[in-house]
Write a protein that binds this ligand. Sequence first.
Ligand code: SF4
Length: 292
Amino acid sequence: MTGTVKAVDGISIKIMPGQTYSLVGESGCGKTTTSRMVLMADRPTEGSIYFDNRPASVQAVFQDPWSSLNPRMRVDQIISEPLVTHRSLSRAEVRSQVQELLQVVGLHPFHAERYPHEFSGGQRQRIAIARALSTRPKLIVLDEPVSALDVSIRAQILNLLKELQSTYNLSYLLIAHNLATVRYMSHTVGVMYLGKIVEESPPAELFTNAQHPYTRALISASLPAHPRQRREEIVLAGEVPSPLNPPGGCTFHPRCPFVMERCSVDIPLLKAYSSGHMTACHLYEDGVPVAG
Ligand code: SF4
């Protein structure tokens, strides 16, 4: 089967300086395509992406610190590679910046001449973060930055990322499956389904007062934040439909437990539910649940 896949459609994301915007959703929902477009790896067929009018100021930290670092390069070469490409610096300046970056991410400068295989997963992710910081970006895409790491060191890396965000006023676009990570890191969360944002909100509101049935299902499938916290059970029926042939109307309608007649015809628009909280669902009109 061939056709045009609209991996992301009409997405508008605002990431404020010093803040984290997280994208969540099942595999294939468009999170990775969106992050690749922000990194200029994939260009949109329509629309524009602006960040500070300088594409070079975006860097990335990827999921797997084993495959994202070149095993044949020394740590100083890995960290200085983007530095040398983006800025004209003397060898002494490069060397001193590499040492400073290693210290900033919590590694001793004597690690500079070692190779990636000599480090643990957490240390490798620190090296990847140092490399991402080397060009002094304003925005860093964090693509599942801790999901390949041991549970015991995930919090250390997340805390390091938070510290760096506050020190350098960094903006993060976080892609993550783990909702606890998203809740801990984010200032705003966008829930994606079949290439569209279906709900957007600060995490405190989203995790206690989600409105879109898809968001509620995602949250109900994750562990409760507190053992005594009541949580509704919404089980998603079926698979995510093919983006080659998406359902009409609300693309979630074949799986939605609250589906109504109009849902298969009318596309719901992302509208304000309350201050800072948007949702795209016919269950709500202008922030008010529709009686039914
Ligand atoms: Fe469900 Fe209809 Fe809302 Fe879509 S618009 S999420 S099908 S109730």
